[in-house]
Design a protein around this ligand. Structure first.
Ligand code: WQD
Length: 320
């Protein structure tokens, strides 16, 4: 018996794969190696495959039968918001097409448990500071749309052939559970700030005139190790016959502003840097944090780490 982890050598997928291995599970990783890093594989087995490729269903089916796959955790996807605006077709092809192939292979091979990586990007620009899963989703970019469509596809498979699924809507994931599994992309606030410091530049703050206490945007930063644990809780939940929910926010429930994140970076690194306030970035909601009631009450999961832990772990993994 084994668990299939697509995107299992990416930043988040490799943390989940590592936790599963530590619990003694056999892990099969599917990855196209586009952004994944083979050194993160650990003792898992790697199958190189583009899930949206022409023969993906056949290859997936073969792997499911050969390794007696009982559950799938699906990370493999394109995830850059700006890129999704420039190349929307590719995002649909990869994220929606890849998931369609995966669901067909699961259905045909009777693999009926799925944890799907969704995103707070499904909410778009909510006008509440803390968003519940029942809030109307109006994504504002193709990336968020592909994730919401993914949730619909999963819901349809649940109705059509009894798939058991949990959609996890990630908030702002950061930090490192193990230094070698750290986020190597410079795409989100914490890695961007470290990269600026390394280059001797001032970190940028996108807007200080929002209607928030210090004027900068508020987000819910969740430690990648906590997020990884949430996947294991979700898998356990899928074993239950009585399940009331399938969509879960994964955050801490507490928002931090950009200035608060930067202050924590100053404390942790000991570097007394200045910042450069730039104009607002298009499409940034002023404040977005998770209401975490559902995941706490239904999965029994809550975040153990705070912003300090996140910055400390990211900093100790940073190559400076
Ligand atoms: C965080 C805050 C910026 C860089 C994105 C995706 C979302 C989800 C998580 C995957 C914002 C501010 C940033 C900088 C800044 N991804 N900022 N200076 O946009 O909240 O969420 O990642 O599912 O879908 O949209 O994350 O890290 O880009 O920004 O002031 O140099 O930091 O304005 O308020 P975001 P982020």
């Amino acid at each position: 018996m084994s668990i299939l982890v697509t995107g299992g050598i990416g930043y988040i997928g490799s943390h989940v794969s590592r936790l599963l291995q530590l619990r003694g599970e056999d892990v099969i990783v599917i990855d196209d190696l586009s952004t994944g890093d083979g050194s993160r594989l650990g003792s898992a087995r790697l199958i190189e495959l583009d899930l949206a490729g022409p023969d993906a269903q056949d290859h997936l089916g073969k792997a499911m039968r050969q390794y007696d796959v009982t559950a799938v955790i699906h990370f493999a996807a394109r995830k850059q918001v700006g890129q999704s605006v420039e190349q929307p077709e590719w995002y649909y092809e990869q994220n929606v097409g890849g998931l369609a192939n995966l669901l067909v292979a699961m259905r045909d091979n009777k693999v009926n448990k799925l944890v799907f990586s969704s995103s707070a990007a499904t909410y778009g620009m909510p006008d509440v500071g803390q968003v519940t899963e029942d809030y109307d989703c109006h994504p504002i970019n193709p990336y968020g749309e592909t994730k919401l469509i993914g949730e619909w596809m999963v819901a349809n498979a649940t109705r059509a052939w009894g798939l058991r699924a949990a959609n996890l809507r990630y908030f702002n994931v950061a930090g490192a559970g193990w230094p070698e599994l750290a986020d190597t992309a410079v795409a989100n606030l914490v890695p961007i700030v470290f990269a600026a410091l390394k280059a001797g530049n001032k970190p940028a703050v996108f807007g200080d005139d929002y209607a928030t206490p210090d004027g900068s945007c508020i987000r819910d930063y969740v430690h990648v190790l906590d997020l990884a644990e949430a996947h294991l809780s979700a898998l356990e939940y899928l074993d239950l016959d009585e399940r009331s929910e399938s969509v879960f926010n994964v955050g801490t429930g507490k928002g931090s502003s950009v200035f608060e994140v930067l202050a924590e970076v100053r404390r942790v690194t000991g570097i007394d840097f200045e910042t450069e306030v730039l104009p607002r970035r298009a499409g940034d909601p002023p404040a977005l944090a998770a209401d975490v009631t559902r995941i706490r009450e239904t999965l029994g999961w809550s975040a153990k780490h705070d912003l300090k832990d996140i910055i400390e772990s990211a900093w100790s993994a940073a190559e400076f």
